[in-house]
Write a new protein. Structure first.
Length: 85
């Protein structure tokens, strides 16, 4: 998100637009997996920051869902562009 603002402030609207579109692709994947609490938390685990299981009423992602989410993230190049711990 910071990169979007930096590109915009620098007047590089093409780069800002590309970064915004990528951001939206990531958000779309998160939404496929019950939103930020469930999907976002699992993404954090995939990049190396295990935040533990979800508390009720939120369900935990199944192993199958994680495999599908990982495939969707790989398809948009997420792991090549994200920060990792």
């Amino acid at each position: 998100m910071v990169g979007i603002i930096e590109a915009w402030k620098a007047g590089d609207l093409d780069l800002a637009r590309e970064r915004q579109n990528f951001s939206q692709e990531v958000i779309n994947v998160i939404c496929h997996y019950r939103g930020n609490i469930v999907g976002g938390k699992r993404i954090m685990k995939l990049i190396g920051l295990d935040l533990g299981k979800n508390r009720t009423p939120f369900q935990n992602m199944t192993d199958e869902e994680e495999k599908k989410m990982r495939a969707e993230l790989e398809a948009i190049g997420f792991f090549n562009r994200c920060n990792k711990f």
